[in-house]
Design a protein around this ligand. Structure first.
Ligand SMILES: [Zn+2]
Ligand SMILES: [Zn+2]
Length: 140
């Protein structure tokens, strides 16, 4: 492994800083913000610690490593979102198929409990299932 020129090292350090910044930046309205930001801070820590301790020629490797971990974290977060109710945020439990259970209601993004709650809600009941427009569309 050749000793990097100062400019290479500066470039790699900037790339590492950019990756750390990316790790610690999540839209505040992301579901699970607190949990995700903690997870991503931990990823940044486990990358930057060794990066500081190791030869600077390995910085590029550290950057790639952190970016891979961030991509994996994003995929996991998306997967969690797909597998829980968008109204109450409870993870779906496919085994809980009671009419008011926590299984997914059909192909909807809602759990059976929430949909049952709509049916029971009476005339003035409104929620993001009954009135998605008011709640900024189905997505949230
Ligand atoms: Zn629900
Ligand atoms: Zn409702």
């Amino acid at each position: 492994m050749s000793k990097p020129t100062p400019s290479t090292e500066a470039r790699d350090l900037r790339a590492l800083l950019a990756a750390v910044l990316e790790a610690l930046t999540l839209p505040y309205d992301s579901p699970d913000y607190d949990r995700r930001v903690l997870e991503r801070a931990a990823l940044a820590r486990t990358t930057v610690g060794p990066a500081l301790a190791e030869a600077s020629a390995d910085l590029g490797w550290n950057v790639d490593y952190l970016r891979q971990k961030l991509t994996a974290e994003e995929a996991e977060a998306a997967e969690r979102e797909r597998n829980r109710c968008r109204r109450c945020s409870t993870p779906f439990d496919p085994a809980d198929t009671r009419f008011d259970g926590r299984a997914r209601h059909g192909d909807s993004p809602w759990c059976r409990w929430c949909v049952d709650n709509c049916h029971d809600g009476g005339a003035e009941h409104v929620c993001r299932i009954c009135d998605p427009k008011r709640y900024g569309g189905e997505g949230r």
